[in-house]
Design a protein around this ligand. Structure first.
Ligand SMILES: Cc1ncc(COP(=O)(O)O)c(C=O)c1O
Length: 326
């Protein structure tokens, strides 16, 4: 298979079965980390830049700016380098150091804000910074992943469509919520093409997207300190909040039992699958989206020191998911 650009290398048909994760249930993980940007956000980045180009907002001197905790910044760095647009990414202390180095290696200017906002996160501070820069520099275009319908569209037309094409009318689909682009794209697509599929939206405790109170969080990817404009609350969509300690425990269990090193949001989503497992029927087919792999997190989620400095108790999942030997 020959691709013409790094940003075209999207493998939307790769799933990993997790044997014995839930007894008598087929749990299939959609691996989104296997592309040159290393995450589901490559599709978001392509769609955001395509839509700005289609709207005619990117003139010859255009520069792009975006707020990102890491993965969208990396993905936009890939797309912007390939298309010749200078890029500034605004990030915060929760972003993985490795992610920042990757962006810089792709030629991106990275700015880190460090003041917490009123909700205890950094999102508002990051957005305030972007607004200041765009009002001072007219050639700077803000893609605004939190409000841009192209974000939802990317996942409706690619992620959700590919899921349904490959797996058909599954019984349940678990999707993490960050900007909620992946979630809303799946909600829209499945409502039309497989309305019987139960959609479960998963977020971190401390995120305000589903209306719960804000609290400090340390793991990037999921969660917001301000509800994204593209999020539409639908009663038919179940919502689950997961503690970061459960995320850490699940990530470590997946590494130990399945040889699968995933990012924090995958652990969060699979912790929700585990929590709702008693509500599944025998023989169900359940899918979950894994937004990225775990190599960026070896100094955080997979570091005993980092974990001990932040959390008091990590649940023991040793008995879960014994992959069959042989
Ligand atoms: C690792 C990871 N997981 C999940 C998400 C959430 O995806 P979305 O923004 O589409 O809600 C992101 C978004 O940046 C992410 O980086």
């Amino acid at each position: 298979m020959i691709f013409e650009s790094a940003s075209d290398v999207v493998l939307d048909d790769v799933f990993l079965r997790l044997p014995d994760f839930v007894p008598d249930v087929s749990v299939l993980l959609k691996l989104e980390g296997l592309n040159p940007a290393g995450s589901v956000k490559l599709k978001t980045a392509v769609a955001l830049v395509d839509s700005a180009q289609a709207a005619g907002t990117l003139g010859p001197r255009a520069r792009l700016i975006e707020s990102s905790s890491g993965n969208l910044g990396i993905a936009l760095s890939v797309v912007c380098a390939a298309r010749g647009y200078p890029l500034t990414v605004v990030t915060d202390p929760n972003a993985a150091r490795h992610a920042i180095r990757v962006m810089e290696s792709l030629g991106t200017e990275v700015v880190e804000v460090s003041t917490r906002d009123a909700q205890g996160g950094y999102l508002r501070t990051r957005l305030d910074y972007v607004r200041r820069r765009t009002s001072a520099e007219p050639e700077l275009v803000w893609l605004n992943q939190y409000a841009n319908p192209a974000n939802t569209g990317a996942h409706r037309e690619r992620t959700a469509k590919a899921l349904h094409r490959e797996l058909g009318d599954i019984d349940a689909l678990f999707v993490g919520a960050g900007t909620t682009g992946t979630l809303m794209g799946c909600v829209e697509y499945f409502a039309e093409h497989s309305p019987g599929t139960r959609i479960v939206a998963v977020d971190a405790v401390g995120s305000v997207t589903f209306g719960a109170p804000a609290a400090p969080r340390f793991i990037p990817g999921l969660g917001t300190s301000r509800r994204p404009e593209i999020y539409v609350d639908r009663e038919a969509v179940e919502k689950v909040l997961v503690e970061e300690t459960d995320t850490v425990a699940m990530c470590r269990m997946l590494a130990a039992r399945y040889g699968l090193l995933v990012g924090g949001s995958t652990g969060t989503v699979l912790a929700a699958v585990q929590r709702l497992a008693p509500t599944f029927g025998s023989g169900w087919r359940v899918a979950a989206i894994s937004p990225d792999m775990g190599d960026k997190y070896v100094d955080t989620i997979y570091s005993d020191t980092w974990v001990a400095e932040r959390y008091t108790r990590i649940p023991d999942l040793a008995g879960l998911g014994h992959a069959t030997a042989g």
